[in-house]
Design a protein around this ligand. Structure first.
Ligand SMILES: [Zn+2]
Length: 211
């Protein structure tokens, strides 16, 4: 029998901070959950920052389809998230909405905040773009996060199947090429997005009355 070694002692009371990624298609309640999470942590006396990028409101806010909203910090590509957080007095957690639009460097910064600064990071976003290809930031989160959760609030395709993928519609047609990030669903934009099941994302059938 081989000699056994005791595991080194774990410091008592230590809890590692966590990096969690919640993903799902449009309309599955990501921003609503982000706001609820912020409320719950704040109520326990924890201090957090709420970050977003390209929110549907067009401003630095997290807004949800069901009408909740909160002022937030807009994450531009040049923003160093470690510098942002360490520039504050005391931060316990971050709520990062629309995280799929962050840069890959910023995802690394989130991991640094968790590991080096003990800050909990709760990230929310789409996994894949209108082509069903993963966003680089989402891919990095899949690789680095402690936990990845597909949100279960069900969004349905027009056919009634679970909506898993985001289609980009221009002029009534599903498109499969173009820039990865185009803001749509605004009065000024000819682009809109529709959640589709895999079958109809692949076939491009959009159903009746959806034009
Ligand atoms: Zn369908």
């Amino acid at each position: 029998m081989t000699e056994s070694f005791a595991l080194s002692a774990v410091p008592s009371g230590a809890r590692d901070a966590v990096l969690k990624f919640y993903f799902g298609p449009m309309d599955c309640g990501k921003s609503t959950l982000a706001l609820q999470m912020n409320y719950n942590h704040g109520r326990q006396g924890r201090r957090g920052l709420v970050l977003t990028k390209h929110d549907r409101s067009g401003g630095p806010q997290v807004t949800s389809r069901i009408g909740l909203g909160l002022d937030a910090i807009e994450v531009v590509d040049s923003l160093d998230l470690v510098a942002l957080v360490t520039g504050h007095d005391r931060i316990d957690y971050l709520i990062c909405d629309e995280v799929c639009f962050y840069t890959v460097d910023q995802i690394e910064q989130l991991a640094d905040l968790v590991d080096d600064h003990g800050i909990d990071v709760y990230a929310f976003g789409l996994a894949s773009d209108f082509r069903s290809v993963m966003f680089p930031a989402a891919q990095r989160l899949f690789e680095l996060a402690d936990e990845v959760c597909r949100l279960q609030v069900e969004v349905l395709c027009w056919c009634g199947r679970p909506g898993l993928l985001n289609g980009r519609i221009v002029g009534g047609q599903l498109v499969r090429t173009g820039e990865q990030v185009v803001i749509g669903d605004t009065d000024a934009s000819p682009v809109r997005y529709q959640v589709l099941c895999r079958r109809h994302h692949r076939s491009g059938l959009l159903g009746e009355g959806t034009f």
